[in-house]
Design a protein around this ligand. Structure first.
Ligand SMILES: Cc1ncc(COP(=O)(O)O)c(C=O)c1O
Length: 398
């Protein structure tokens, strides 16, 4: 089956008791047994839930994997992968990725004796010099959040495989519609399903997809033992979101292309980071491993000041100033003070994440309306009162 068909049908069976075409929300914590151990495959809802099962099967199918596991958030899914490791183990991670992942690695797991090396993975060869006998995991995100850097998944997988190093790819930005890391040699695919998979900014959810039976069993054990499982209502929302992923992604890609090209021609805009530009350093790899370039992009202003960035951030009407991405509505964000505030300033500056960098999650509205909104915000020279007080915290305007 093609992904468009899988998104609608994979993992879904009409409910046997009623014929309901939509998977019911099994809002239960436990299941009645007719005698001890005599049950219908469901004992306790942290361990199994039929709504979650349907979603896990659908997620596995759309990433071309054998097994899917759902978690209460993307971070909970990340947490489960790192719990595969033992003290003394080492991880090679991309130096440009979601700030919360960096925070989890450095602030939570380093103190348990794990060692993380943060490496520029735009050149996969950079990974080689960090490999030693303790290296157990390579962690990458592509395209990266927010610099839109590209990692060659197949090349990284080829470097790790001879050393039996697991490769986990955070595929949140691309979604399975645009990229399937398992097909390129990854061992685990991670999604913050809060984003494109859910697609409607109404659920927080994470998932892992893999092919290896033993790896699935280990992660399932962690899922059940640690208990960061999603509720059935949230699983239902992600299942519903999946059904339109292909249509939404097509429009995200079309709108993304129009807006990136418009930004590039705007004389107030300095740099535009979008993977579809032929002169983007990762363009050739992106073209090889992705089926489109999506609706995520970042840009800086020629007036590279906080005030200029803040004026834009506070002036758009259709682009809402908010964290997150991947929903039907367009969002504008300021990585330095929002999604990436947990990364020390000097670290993020090294990767080009300057104070004035603005990130867009281009939604599926009319592209011309979105451009008009950005035009008014970027090109209006009138001073705006609402400015950031500092890079760590500020009030989101109503
Ligand atoms: C690329 C990426 N990975 C993981 C996460 C974490 O996901 P969640 O917010 O669902 O915990 C995020 C959140 O923004 C993200 O952007």
């Amino acid at each position: 089956m093609k992904i468009e068909t899988k998104l609608i049908h994979a993992g879904i069976e009409p409910d046997p008791s009623t014929g309901a075409i939509m998977t019911p929300i099994f809002q239960t914590s436990t299941y009645v047994q007719s005698a001890p151990g005599d049950h219908k495959g469901f004992e306790y809802a942290r361990t199994q839930n039929p709504t979650r099962n349907a979603l896990q099967n659908a997620l596995a199918a759309i990433e071309n994997g054998k097994f899917g596991l759902s978690f209460s958030s993307g971070m909970a899914a990340t947490d489960a992968v790192i719990k595969l490791l033992n003290p003394g183990d080492e991880v090679i991670a991309a130096n440009d990725m979601y700030g919360g992942t960096y925070r989890l690695f450095t602030k939570i797991f380093e103190k348990y004796g794990l060692k993380f090396h943060f490496v520029d993975m735009q050149d996969p060869n950079n990974i080689k010099r960090f490999i030693n006998g303790n290296t157990k995991l390579i962690w990458t995100e592509t395209p990266t959040n927010p610099m839109m850097n590209i990692t060659d998944i197949a090349a990284v997988a080829a470097i790790g495989k001879p050393h039996s190093i697991l490769l986990c790819v955070d595929n949140t930005f691309a979604s399975p519609y645009l990229q399937n890391p398992l097909d390129l040699g990854a061992d685990i695919v991670l999604h913050s399903a809060t984003k494109y998979l859910g697609g409607h900014s109404d659920v927080v959810h994470g998932c892992l997809i893999m092919n290896d039976t033993a790896l699935n069993e280990k992660l399932q054990f962690i899922q059940n033992s640690c208990g960061a499982v999603p509720g059935p209502q949230d699983c239902f929302l992600v299942l519903r979101g999946l059904k339109t992923l292909h249509l939404r992604m097509q429009r995200h890609c079309e709108n993304g292309e129009k807006i990136a090209n418009w930004l590039r021609k705007n004389n107030k805009v300095d740099r535009v980071y979008w993977n579809g530009f032929e002169d983007h350093p990762g363009y050739a790899v992106a073209k090889k491993q992705m089926r489109g370039f999506g609706g995520m992009m970042s840009f800086t202003l020629k007036d590279d000041s906080m005030d200029a960035a803040n004026k834009v951030l506070c002036s758009t009407k259709l682009f809402s100033l908010a964290e997150s991405l991947g929903g039907v509505e367009s969002l504008i964000g300021h990585p330095a003070s929002m999604t990436h505030a947990s990364i020390p300033r000097e670290e993020r500056l090294k990767n080009g994440l300057v104070d004035s960098l603005i990130r867009l999650s281009v939604g599926i509205e009319d592209a011309d309306d979105l451009i008009e909104d950005l035009d008014k915000a970027i090109c209006n020279d009138e001073p705006k009162q609402t400015f950031l007080k500092d890079t760590q915290k500020y009030a989101v305007p109503a």
